[in-house]
Design a protein around this ligand. Sequence first.
Ligand code: 9D3
Length: 365
Amino acid sequence: MRYHVLTLFPEMIDQAANTSILGRAVKNGSIQVETTNIRDYSANKHMRVDDYPYGGGAGMVMEAEPVYRAYEAVKEKIGHKPRTIYLTPQGKVLNQTMVEEFALDEDLVLICGHYEGIDERVLEEVVTDYVSIGDYVLTGGELGAMVMIDAISRFVPGVLSNEESSQFESLQDNLLEYPHYTRPEVWHEKRVPQVLLSGDHKRIEAWRYEQSVLRTTERRPDLLRKSYRVHCAFYGGMESGAGQLNEALSRYGTLLDFNRKKLRKQRYHFERQDLLVVMVDEEILKNPGEPEAFSNVRGKKTPCMAVITTQEEQLGQVEEKLKAMFDKQGFLYKKTYHLPSLEKVDKLNEIALDIRRKMEEIHEK
Ligand code: 9D3
């Protein structure tokens, strides 16, 4: 990942980029942090970069031209129009899904404003995304850029060691993490919860999930409204793919085998707070009606999406069949993804990210 930061205070960015985990990542080459001083591109003999606002009012406004020239220099270097983020209190508030999406780019341009902001006309020409880091007032965009670089770099290969990286990100489920304990077993007369000493992994997972929900209810009820339980169902030879997708989507997701006779007899009821993702291959077309297992699931306006690995030509046919089936059974069929091959792990992770983005859209409404 290469970050290109346009700023009037490059020292601020350089400081952060050379310290701790980011410093190590720069040294080992996983990330590059390049700063451009906007003042170096001033068109003015006094190196001035700001001026009074048209229409009057307090403060100064950064001129369009120096920002534009600094941007053009970076764009030339990259060779194409890069994703360009303007840090501003008027942007979309940064969240984990946005962080993971930004991490997919090879180059990111980050523009930091100062004073009252930057002339609107240059922003219209170069900015692709407007990002805020939260609803409070800063003195400039530099801390915002640093927050973004820090959060995004955690997803760049080679930045975190195995020890430091967690396969499961607590925030990806919109749930806070469960409480942690280490030795001693008793401290200030407080015991470690007994279940954690039981060695029963199923019970431990269940307890942790319960603690996560409790904690989120108490501390972040706003997050709880955006959380959902993931269920990945598979039909045909999609078990490994469904397992991977499930892990990419949720720490606590469940897997459902729609091939199994036992499941066909059982009825499965889903709620509004659930998400059903079905993964199917061409096997589904061999069956003229609907596979038994599918007819035993019922939703209550439960969102539902499908990942299909048939050939491109059969995609429309399979989609129609699934959509009709699930809509009839109380689901809200939202989206179809095409996965050319189960071997494409990157593609599967991309789909997982898009599913999370789609779920956020659904909760915004
Ligand atoms: C008249 C109101 N202005 C000053 C109080 C608006 C204003 C302009 C520039 C407020 C803050 C800033 C500088 N902030 C940022 O550049 C910034 C920021 C932020 O203030 N909060 C959250 N995220 C970000 S990202 C960049």
